[in-house]
Design a protein around this ligand. Structure first.
Ligand code: ZN
Length: 217
């Protein structure tokens, strides 16, 4: 069976004092080899909400993905990240040395940060028009691109601030945005990637209870 584009789903359960993560619940506990029957409510298997999703299914969101390859297969924690903004059809607007791209594929494993509250219908109606007009300005021509100070991040954050200004809200600088939104999600994604690869390699990922390193909430 072909795995879904954003990866297989992960389940977590507790047994014999351990936290166990896997792609399925086995008949026998992989630690103690006893049959698994979950008597107590708190030991029942739960699905882990994946921190990665298909960006093309996210409306009006900020997306991050590795510039090359995918998070689950290739990301090593240091590789360059590329960012973009989706319109209401899941088309990802993103800027690089070739100018603005409108991607309909390629963002299937992204960290996604929603930019609109569910009740902001008025803004959602205007979103695609704003994003298209914003992207068509000279600021985002290929010759203006600079790797460190006028890049994909500048493009996305300038658009976010343009929206915040339209809404009469406080604008964010790059550090604020990174600290508040990007860092917590990236941290969680890194943990998830680590355990996902361990499950692929060993079948399960096993840890002691209450180990904060694997707390994925
Ligand atoms: Zn056990």
């Amino acid at each position: 069976m072909q795995p879904p584009e954003a990866g297989r789903s992960v389940v977590q359960f507790r047994h014999c004092g351990k936290e166990v993560f896997g792609f399925r619940v086995p008949d026998l506990c992989p630690v103690c080899r006893r049959p698994l029957n979950f008597g107590k409510l708190d030991e029942a298997p739960v699905s882990i909400a994946p921190p990665l999703s298909s960006g093309h299914r996210e409306r009006c969101a900020f997306l991050l993905r590795p510039t090359r390859g995918t998070f689950l297969r290739d990301y090593d924690g240091n590789a360059d990240l590329h960012v973009g903004i989706t319109n209401t059809y899941g088309i990802v607007y993103n800027y690089n040395e070739q100018g603005v791209h409108r991607d309909e594929a390629g963002w299937e494993q992204s960290i996604s940060i929603p930019l609109l509250q569910p009740n902001m219908f008025g803004l959602m109606d205007q979103w695609d028009k704003y994003l298209e007009e914003f992207s068509a300005t000279d600021a985002w021509s290929p010759n203006r691109y600079e790797e460190h100070c006028h890049n994909c991040y500048t493009f996305a954050l300038t658009f976010i601030n343009y929206i915040l200004k339209t809404e009469g809200k406080h604008q964010l600088n790059r550090d604020e945005f990174t600290e508040k939104f990007v860092v917590p999600r990236s941290r969680r994604a890194s943990k998830y990637i680590t355990l996902y690869r361990a499950i692929e390699e060993h079948g399960f990922y096993i840890t002691d209870r209450l180990n904060s390193d694997t707390n994925l909430s």
